[in-house]
Write a protein that binds this ligand. Sequence first.
Ligand code: SF4
Ligand code: SF4
Length: 472
Amino acid sequence: MADMKIEVPRLQRDAFADKQCHRAHADHMETINLPPELVDNWQQRALEKMEQLLGRYRSLRDYLDICVRCGSCADKCPFFLGTGDPKNMPVARAELLRKVYRYYFTAAGWLPDLGRAEPLTEEVLNEWYTYFYQCSECRRCSVFCPYGIDTAEITMAAREIMASIGVANKYITEVLANVYRTGNNIGIPAPAWADNLEFLEDDIQEDTGVDVKMPVDQEGADVLLVPPSADNFVNLDTMMGYGKVFHAAGISWTTATYASEAANFGLFLDFNNMKKVNKRIIDAARRLKVKRIVFGECGHAWRVALYMNTLNGPLDFLEVPNPIHCTEFTLDLLKRGAFKLDKSANDEYVVTYHDPCNIARAGGPLEPPRELIRASCNRFEEMPENTTRINTFCCGGGGGLLSDEHMDVRMAGAKMRAMAVQTTNANYLATMCAICKAQLKKVNTHYKLGVEVEGVHGLFGRALVLNGNQEV
Ligand code: SF4
Ligand code: SF4
């Protein structure tokens, strides 16, 4: 398909300067081991944190040093294209941190006026909070930067510095506190997790007449499936799709109540929380004595999963010591003849596919979801090439922006994705990330797209003929 025409918006200075997400509650901050409010000596603590990050991540120092202000990234950011606010250009966003870096950590600090350097003031901190939370860490800018500067990493560093002095986003911190309390983002207790899976078993039985089990905390299963918790409560076709795949292939599997969430919101806040959230999945795998870990349809969960070994490894207690993505897992079974599919089950749909940023620009998979979709339906239409795969546009809700009070920012950030969907005839928008699904359902209403939003396994599960499956 031809490229979509993307127009640079008319610049509207500070148009989104007052669009801030709510600040974290003190009790959530304490639960996740961060200061409950802005600490007294915040400038000094922030600079110490910045120094620590500069020492730990060579890439961060390089990114702050080497930008030549060529502007190639400027019109690639969905949040700039959607808001017209020049501070949402990646180069301008990064400059917010870069100016402070120059002031304290380079020779330019001696000549601030000449060196485009500035001290860390309350006004600067406020601007950081605004614009580093209008970046979804989607990394689209990095694809177009001739130096490979990844502004998402700069955003991550800025958020980590702010978190260390008691400044963080309410939604992200609340979600993290929920994960430590219940094992999942939504805060659903273990019995409700199991109950809902039983409901899904009943639904499948009613639909197909087949007894498909949706196990919980089953010791000795081959596979630990770690889905986003939303799949068990909202994206039900996707959750049932996983169950049908395991059933059809004759593979024993389980979910774990204390790892009933693939998503890792630590990625959006700070390293320590990211590591801790990741560890509980490994602990569950060890406790349940599974052979391998399969990740469900979640974008940023997969991005963290790729570093599982480095973060909390080694995973050598597993038969397959690296996590596996669910679409690669299912596609491999499909290629080995494990399934019988009836594409006509999805004949009411014209399907298109949204690549989640954290999958498309963090190592894939890119083709496996497409192969599964093609195997499941007769009508599949790609969106324009400059909006898919590595060029994908953010749904507008990534990076921890998915809170209701941030709706203006979310819908502006989604404008390019909505335009790309409108170039197709689709009435089914498939994607494999719970955040994308939640956001795209809102985008569907806001931009009147006329699509149903669900998962790849939702579509695949509908086409699976359970009685006629082959043994692998
Ligand atoms: S990471 Fe994405 S949202 Fe952030 S500046 Fe780059 S393109 Fe914009
Ligand atoms: S494309 Fe790269 S070098 Fe050019 S302005 Fe953007 S970040 Fe700087």
